[in-house]
Write a protein that binds this ligand. Structure first.
Ligand code: PMP
Length: 305
């Protein structure tokens, strides 16, 4: 990529600087947009860019749109095609992050979801690490609660709901922590500010179920499959109590931006021996190979750009 990148905006690919919405647009005023967060990885040996599970990301985006009464004239295939066209326009040869958004585009006042025009936008950014200490993160239990399905659906990526994530992340960072664990209204551990969580207890990998107010993470789903098939681990989806975390052997967080972030301390208590454990370490290696198209067994997760 040289010069200005491009974006998909109001039905076509335009220079990034031309993709602008009004200060009076519904999505800007009320947070009424849904989005995806996707990555494409550059494989230097094969000189190829691989988008990771775009079909699954677009399915979740369309499901989020459905929850917000949005009318979208696209399916997973056509969205993937638009994404590939956009990535090819700028000939990216590095790791990138892609942000598709479907938003309530009408201008004016009136909070609701119906009778409003919906638009799609996508932009691409160069992207590397999201959490700096990704092999030795120190996290805290947030004093904020995770949004509940009956408040704003946690399984949808609704822009307005990310005020909750922002409160969680900023309070953790300003108190010196890398990330936070968030309890739901029942007091169970749900997830981080923008990542799902796993803990290893007695050799079993445990992660909260999709009914504990989590976002149904695509990285989470991928890691569950890799842990079962490649490491032969038992994976259990069940609610997690706060104090279970302190006595877990290993802990890590997963997300598109975060990838696999290893937690070695929670509120000043070491997890296991206080250093990255073998399960997290193996999963990080496996995941990195898979996303870069280096593991033929999982080639169906990679879309060649
Ligand atoms: N939870 C939340 C709240 C998130 O924003 C994200 C990032 N999309 C995740 C979990 C992880 O989801 P994924 O693996 O699909 O990126």
């Amino acid at each position: 990529m040289t010069g200005e990148s491009h974006a998909f905006f109001e039905g076509k690919i335009v220079p990034f600087s031309e993709a602008k919405v009004s200060i009076a647009s519904h999505a800007f005023l009320y947070g009424t947009s849904v989005f995806g967060g996707m990555r494409a990885y550059w494989n230097e040996e094969r000189k190829k860019l691989f988008a990771f599970r775009p079909f699954d990301h677009f399915r979740r985006l369309l499901n989020s749109a459905r929850m917000l009464h949005m009318q979208v004239n696209h399916d997973e295939e056509s969205l993937t095609q638009i994404l590939l066209d956009l990535l090819r326009t700028d000939n990216w040869q590095r790791d990138v992050y892609m942000r598709p958004t479907i938003y309530k585009a009408d201008i004016g006042i009136g909070v609701r979801l119906h009778d409003l025009r919906d638009e799609l936008s996508i932009f691409v950014l160069p992207f590397d690490k999201y959490v700096k200490n990704d092999t030795n993160a120190h996290v805290t239990f947030s004093s904020w609660r995770r949004i509940d399905d009956n408040v704003i659906p946690a399984r949808a990526k609704v822009a307005g709901a990310y005020a909750n994530s922002a409160l969680i992340k900023t309070d953790a960072n300003l108190s010196g922590f890398d990330e936070a664990l968030v309890l739901d209204h029942n007091g169970h551990v749900s997830e981080g500010s923008a990542m799902n969580i796993f803990m290893l207890r007695d050799g079993v990998l445990v992660t909260p179920p999709i009914t504990d107010n989590i976002l149904e993470g695509i990285t989470r789903r991928s890691i569950i499959e890799l842990a079962q098939k490649e490491l032969g681990l038992q994976v259990v989806e069940r609610s997690i109590d706060r104090t279970e975390v302190f006595i877990s052997q290993e802990m890590f967080m997963t997300g598109t931006a975060a990838q696999v972030v290893v937690v070695t301390k929670v509120d000043h208590r070491p997890i296991g021996r206080g250093e990255m454990g073998p399960v997290a370490s193996k999963l990080r290696e496996l995941f990195d190979d898979v996303v870069r198209g280096k593991n033929p067994k999982y080639a169906h997760w990679n879309t060649v750009v």
